[in-house]
Design a protein around this ligand. Sequence first.
Ligand code: HEC
Length: 115
Amino acid sequence: MICLKPQGPLAAALLLGALLLSSWTGSAHARDPIAGKARAGMCATCHGSQGLSQLPNAPHLAGQPAIYIVEQLKNYRSGKRQNEVMHVMAKPLSDQEIDDLAAWYESIQISVTVK
Ligand code: HEC
């Protein structure tokens, strides 16, 4: 067994890392793209597994700013933005689930070429 005894700057760095990690995961409303990705399975039929739409009438979500996705999902959920399919999809989602989904779609890197 290898035994590491952190000292000096290494110990300080480890401590700082642990503190940063705990403040990151400890925050009640942190957006979690990993949880969002898991939940996005039920969205993939229409919006694609990587947020690139599979249907001509469904918009791409990959790379959209989270702030926009959150607003749209809350609007579908409340009925402020009306669409039967998306109302059904958004209705059971909690605020945290919406935040996570938005974080996941925002995290997908896309590149666009204008021709
Ligand atoms: C059965 C197909 C289908 C499924 C499943 C589906 N969507 Fe949609 N989604 C659509 C369609 C169609 C629209 C466009 C609706 C409109 O005209 O407002 C849309 C619109 C959206 C928009 C608005 C995008 C924009 O550019 O304004 C968001 C955000 C969204 N969907 C997220 C989701 C999420 C998250 C899920 C999974 C929880 C999901 N959708 C599941 C079909 C689907």
